[in-house]
Design a protein around this ligand. Structure first.
Ligand SMILES: [Zn+2]
Length: 78
């Protein structure tokens, strides 16, 4: 299976995901363009913003992903 998940027009590698928001973003700002979107936090302080469908897809993939699979790592003994 793919270790990439499409979020907000970006292919995000599963192993870069730190956490996924359980609730949609709300900050109360009138011009907030992220309201109703779910934050997906990546390594190095980056975030991508997923709609509910993308968020669910990401969670599904993370749950079924064999952790470590696909991560470039020369030390692994395959
Ligand atoms: Zn906001």
């Amino acid at each position: 299976m793919s270790i990439m998940c499409l979020v907000d027009d970006k292919q995000v590698p599963l192993y870069r995901v730190m956490w996924v928001a359980a609730t949609p973003h709300f900050c109360g700002e009138e011009d907030c363009i992220r309201e109703g979107y779910y934050e997906i936090r990546l390594e190095q302080g980056e975030s991508v913003w997923a709609n509910q469908e993308e968020r669910d897809s990401m969670l599904n993939k993370l749950e079924t992903w064999q952790g470590g699979e696909g991560i470039p790592d020369d030390d692994e003994d395959w």
